[in-house]
Write a protein that binds this ligand. Structure first.
Ligand code: LIP
Length: 292
């Protein structure tokens, strides 16, 4: 019998912190994702400068990655000074509230560098320890899509939504719902690849097995946008190994609040594997991506 695929994370219904607190965290996530999204779009220089590289020469950090994260950190500290922060580009900030802001200032950095309009800002508030796979879960978050001028957001128990950038509460946001697809050969699958040649070789081997069994794949280049597309049904599923907490934190919550399931090798997603889909597909895909 398959395990419970998506363990209800603590407080998935009536969260012990109360819906009013989660609604405030969701609202702030929307504001942060909007502000940083506008910055990286409107202030994008004609020549984006690579400031450094990380795991490989192609794993780049641009000056705008760093400036976007600086903006996010400044806004978080001003609004929530006692929360912790874990960001892709900066040092950890400890906190005392049990809440950590997990932020990716530009998700899809290579697309941003090449001016391909498929990059995002991902902002989430999580409980637990986001440094350890399986030991944390998101409770509120937003993914800003500055190229489409949209913000996708959710809080535990509040549903998943898309709204136009910068529009106030009285504007009706669109509710998101995952695809109801249940058969692999009709599944449009989003995926992605790591930066190291050795990891990419392994991922290519998995893809050789997966590709003939699905409708097709899409490689958007941003995990946050891949997860949003699962949530809005514009792809049927997403699977990738090698993600960091900041790539997946907000998108994970948005998929679950859109009626989807997000798992890893065990119950929660993480660096080893992230699979996101409707209930009827997720176990088939997890099995496909973990076959030896
Ligand atoms: C990206 C992920 C994407 C993955 C890319 C890259 P980054 O994050 O969002 O899913 O396939 O290789 O890791 O590096 O642009 O923040």
């Amino acid at each position: 019998m398959s395990e419970n695929l998506s363990t209800p994370v603590p407080g998935s219904a009536d969260h012990p912190r109360g819906d009013a607190v989660l609604a405030d965290l969701e609202r702030l996530s929307i504001e942060l994702a909007t502000a940083a999204g506008r910055f990286i779009r409107d202030d994008r220089p004609s020549q984006v400068r690579v400031a450094d590289t990380k795991s490989t020469d192609t794993d780049v950090v641009t000056v705008m990655d760093r400036e976007s994260e600086t903006l996010l950190r400044r806004l978080i500290v001003a609004a929530r000074p006692d929360d912790a922060i874990l960001g892709e580009e900066g040092a950890d900030v400890p906190g005392t509230t049990g809440l950590t802001w997990v932020i990716d200032p530009i998700d899809g950095t290579v697309n941003y560098l090449y001016d391909i309009p498929a990059y995002a800002v991902s902002v989430a508030v999580v409980e637990g320890d986001p440094h350890e796979d399986g030991a944390w879960w998101p409770i509120a978050g937003a993914v800003g899509d500055p190229c489409l001028r949209l913000v996708h957001h959710a809080r535990r128990g509040g549903g998943a939504w898309t709204r136009r950038e910068g529009v106030t509460d009285d504007d009706q946001p669109k509710r998101l719902a995952v695809s109801g697809e249940t058969t692999l050969d009709r599944t449009l699958l989003a995926t992605g690849f790591g930066y190291s040649a050795q990891v990419r070789a392994r991922q290519a081997e998995v893809l050789r097995r997966v590709l003939p069994q699905v409708r097709d794949i899409r490689r958007i280049g941003s995990a946050a946008l891949d997860l949003v597309r699962v949530a809005d049904g514009s792809v049927d599923a997403y699977a990738e190994s090698g993600l960091n907490a900041w790539d997946l934190a907000a998108g994970w919550l948005i998929v679950e609040e859109a009626g989807g399931v997000v798992v890893g090798l065990a119950q929660r997603p993480g660096k080893a594997l992230t699979v996101a889909a409707g209930q009827g597909l997720v176990e088939q895909l997890r099995a496909l991506f973990t076959e030896q």
